[in-house]
Design a protein around this ligand. Structure first.
Ligand code: ZN
Length: 153
């Protein structure tokens, strides 16, 4: 495993639409391992493949609930409620902004074995799934931050 360079805001790769994963290859498996390592090294709760320069529909998320998730071709199929709170992104280090997201989501995806899974999420996990899935369509949270971004110490 290895950490990879995290692409920063302004890099055009972050604005591209990612392609679905059709099969689990060795390269993709290594990519997922590296994404977890990169996310943990940067103290993030989520990372999407375009953030390490790979235009594939893969995200990794670990909100500290003991259940790290690798979601392949994730799709949000249901959302309900609303939460507004601070959000940040490893591609925009040192910044946060207020973003409104659904309180509950249901996400369908494939796991590393390419089996269909359904994740029901609320709160922080719901926010992370929305944020990371947006990355796969070239959307950054700053596009949705109601009062712009501000610096954190
Ligand atoms: Zn992000």
């Amino acid at each position: 495993m290895a950490t990879r360079n995290i692409r920063l805001d302004g890099d055009s790769v972050l604005r591209k639409i990612c392609k679905p994963v059709k099969e689990m290859s060795y390269r993709t498996s290594v990519l997922i391992d590296d994404m977890f390592e990169t996310m943990y090294a940067a103290n993030g709760v989520g990372l999407a493949a375009p953030q390490v320069g790979i235009l594939k529909r893969i995200v990794v998320i670990d909100v500290g609930d003991g259940n790290p998730l690798a979601l392949i071709n994730p799709e949000i199929t249901f959302q309900e409620g609303e939460q507004t709170g601070d959000e940040g992104c490893l591609s925009l280090p040192g910044l946060v902004g207020q973003v409104t997201r659904p309180m509950h989501v249901v996400c369908k995806a494939l796991n590393r074995e390419m089996e269909e899974i359904t994740v029901e999420a609320e709160g922080l996990l719901a926010r992370a799934i929305c944020h990371e899935t947006d990355h796969l369509d070239g959307i950054l949270y700053k596009d949705k931050a109601e009062d712009g971004l501000y610096e954190v110490e």
